[in-house]
Design a protein around this ligand. Sequence first.
Ligand code: 5GP
Ligand code: ZN
Length: 112
Amino acid sequence: MDCIFCAIIAGEIPSTKVWEDEYCYAFKDIAPLAKEHTVIVPKAHIESADKIYAGNSVYVAKIFEAIPKIAAALDLGDGYRVITNIGENGCQSVKHLHFHLLGGEKLPEKIV
Ligand code: 5GP
Ligand code: ZN
């Protein structure tokens, strides 16, 4: 399967690792949109948050259990933002579920 994030998880494309456990892999975004910008992906190819169901939701639960630990490791105690883009209108460019973890500075006004 031709998926950049599956290739990153497999180590076929180099990345700067921030966190890894049985269910997820987190790495620095190649084009950071904040002082701290990490991408968190499940270690299973799930297209987007629109494709979550009872059989794979454990990956989302485990990612959200990891997020406070990742944020602490990145020293984001002053707050941060987690975003996932979905599909065409959501401007999702990589079709492997991922959560953007943004912080390290006061972020721009939110849209929600
Ligand atoms: P999306 O637009 O799909 O929500 O986010 C995809 C993110 O993946 C973008 O922020 C983009 O910079 C990042 N990205 C795309 N390709 C690579 C890559 O090869 N390495 C890393 N580290 N990040 C990538
Ligand atoms: Zn993938």
